[in-house]
Design a protein around this ligand. Structure first.
Ligand SMILES: [Zn+2]
Length: 299
């Protein structure tokens, strides 16, 4: 097992060096681009509330997985089957704890709910209809209107996990300890007020953080995760067809990959093909509620 982890970590480090730098630069450039989409209709989603399920919550306050994981996961007594390395510098990929399959992919969506023009609800509805669960990482600054709060509430009520992506999408490395604490704590409080559940995951904007971020995450009970690959913010992939193609055929796609997407129209357009394509390749899209949260390694 140790040997396996080492090989896995080395593989990731190699991938990390080539992806992260360019990914960060591209994201810095593109995340400020204003996206004007057709206005979102809340009515579309209210019909979905009929399908709201009775949430089963375990002793630690985390809901149990609701997708059909019987073909790939063997959860332990607490209902967990996977973990993410507690040092996100090493890996944010999804590793089996028990005898579960390693051919899993995690779907995660940042910058939700995009304002204006969120597609978070439609994406959640599509995934729900295809038995897929995912994490939506929200920015606290978007949770300041009734409409947006309602979007995240509905996404959560459908069974999706909500993670923390800071209050105002700052580069954590440029902030003081107090400023970072404010960014994480304020958004955590807003999410918990909506979901009534502990927030387990933090994704730093641009994938950038420092030792203070890690320490604050531990104070707030958050595990920090970056990602393995993502393309939907790069100029050449701002349309559904090329985005679906590159997402299904790139050098970083392998079991355990943590896939970064955003709340964008072209991502919504590519999503069904991605789900079907990954499944045809033999991958399972892991239910995040199967992933056991851990304390981060501090440095
Ligand atoms: Zn972001």
């Amino acid at each position: 097992m140790k040997y396996y982890l080492l090989v896995f970590s080395l593989l990731f480090l190699v991938g990390c060096q080539t992806t992260d730098n360019s990914a960060v630069e591209d994201q810095v450039e593109n995340e400020s681009v204003a996206v004007v989409e057709e206005s979102h209709s809340v009515q579309d989603a209210t019909a979905q509330q009929d399908e709201q399920y009775e949430k089963e919550v375990r002793a630690d306050g985390v809901p149990v997985a609701w997708t059909d994981y019987s073909t790939y996961a063997e959860p332990n007594e607490e209902g967990y089957a996977y973990e993410i390395h507690p040092d996100s510098d090493i890996s944010s990929e999804i590793l089996p704890i028990t005898g579960s399959s390693s051919d899993v992919l995690l779907f995660s969506f940042d910058d939700a709910p995009q304002t204006p023009g969120s597609h978070a609800l439609e994406m959640a509805e599509l995934m729900k209809s295809k038995d897929v669960n995912a994490i939506f990482f929200v920015n606290g600054m978007y949770l300041n209107s009734e409409e947006n709060i309602d979007i995240i509430k509905q996404v959560h009520d459908m069974g999706f996990e909500i993670g923390n992506h800071t209050e105002t999408h700052e580069n954590m490395r440029e902030l003081t300890y107090e400023e970072q604490y404010y960014q994480l704590k304020t958004t955590n409080d807003k999410i918990e007020e909506i979901t009534g559940e502990p927030v387990r995951w933090f994704r730093p904007p641009f994938g950038l953080y420092n030792s203070e971020t890690v320490s604050i995450c531990n104070d707030l009970g958050l595990q920090l995760m970056t990602w393995s690959f993502g393309y939907d913010w790069m100029d050449e992939y701002l349309e559904a067809d090329p985005l679906a193609e590159v997402s299904l055929d790139n050098e970083y796609l392998r079991g355990g990959a943590n896939i970064l997407m955003h709340d964008r129209s072209w991502t919504y357009g590519a999503l069904e093909r991605m789900i079907d394509g990954y499944r045809e390749m033999g991958y399972h899209i892991v239910d995040p509620y199967l992933i056991q949260h851990q304390r981060n390694v501090e440095y």
